[in-house]
Design a protein around this ligand. Structure first.
Ligand code: ADP
Ligand code: ADP
Length: 232
């Protein structure tokens, strides 16, 4: 079943003459064990869709249910808790803390929330991310691909309902991109996570189980990737 859903999702920025209808009635479902890529031209509403589904932006109309909770009318405090307890985030800029080791960066969300680290899950994620002894390195001692893999492991460490990745390979060369995408795909196929990724990169989209296309705030197409199989 769906772990995150939107029905009739509308997002309008501003009001009156200058209002922008960034999302114009989107119905979508994201499921565990599925890597979904969202593509579309610049300004089509990709980031807005992700932000509305992830509790980073308020919704103008429609329903959004994430991890069993209706978040469309949740207050900021509730949204903060939802993001902390149920969601993981990966950004184009890796956003690691430079003074912490890779391992410390990975457990940071739990430390901030004062939640215990599930050691079995941590070990599973860390083994899958393939950083070996570089777990004790600081970000400046890691390549871009390694830093983004640390950021992906950090997004997974709380075992979130959904991981949202915004252009996760936007700053990476093709080889590093492949490493990051392989790990995200592994987290879906082997660890059973739900991952939603906004991307411009067709190679990144080729790692997805399905690709959704947005144009002018509407879903205009969906391709279930016929060639995908586990890449590991
Ligand atoms: P994409 O991620 O596909 O490039 P966005 O979701 O960023 O598209 O933007 C969709 C539309 O909403 C665009 O017309 C954009 O200019 C507008 N928009 C996005 N964020 C804001 C904002 N904070 N204020 C006003 N308009 C916005
Ligand atoms: P990998 O073999 O893990 O894919 P690379 O071939 O990109 O990584 O880099 C080899 C090693 O060089 C990495 O393990 C990393 O320690 C170091 N390295 C690469 N790029 C950088 C960088 N931009 N800053 C610091 N160290 C780097």
């Amino acid at each position: 079943g769906a772990i995150a859903s939107a029905r009739g999702l509308v997002k309008v920025y501003g009001s009156g003459e200058t209002a922008v209808r960034a999302l114009d009635g989107v119905d979508v479902d994201f499921a565990a064990g599925e890597l979904t890529a969202i593509m579309g031209p610049s300004g089509s509403g990709k980031s807005t869709l992700m932000h509305c589904m992830a509790g980073l932006d308020t919704v103008t109309d429609g329903t959004v249910v994430v991890g069993g909770e209706d978040i469309a009318r949740m207050n900021q405090r509730g949204l903060t808790k939802l993001r902390r307890d149920k969601l993981g985030f990966v950004f184009q800029a890796f956003n690691l803390i430079p003074t912490l080791t890779a391992a410390e960066n990975i457990t940071l969300p739990l430390d901030i929330a004062r939640r215990p680290v599930d050691r079995d899950w941590f070990d599973t994620v860390v083994e899958a991310v393939g950083l070996g002894d570089r777990l004790s390195h600081r970000p400046s001692e890691l390549s871009g691909g390694q830093q983004q893999r640390v950021a992906c492991a950090r997004a997974l460490v709380s075992r979130p309902a959904v991981v949202f990745a915004d252009e996760p390979t936007g700053n990476l060369d093709s080889r590093s991109s492949g490493e990051v995408l392989s790990f995200l795909r592994h987290s879906v196929d082997v660890l059973g996570q739900a991952v939603v990724m906004v991307t411009h990169d067709p190679t990144a989209a080729s790692f997805a189980h399905r690709v959704l296309f947005l144009a002018d705030g509407r879903l205009v197409g969906e391709v279930v990737n016929p060639t995908t199989e586990s890449v590991l």
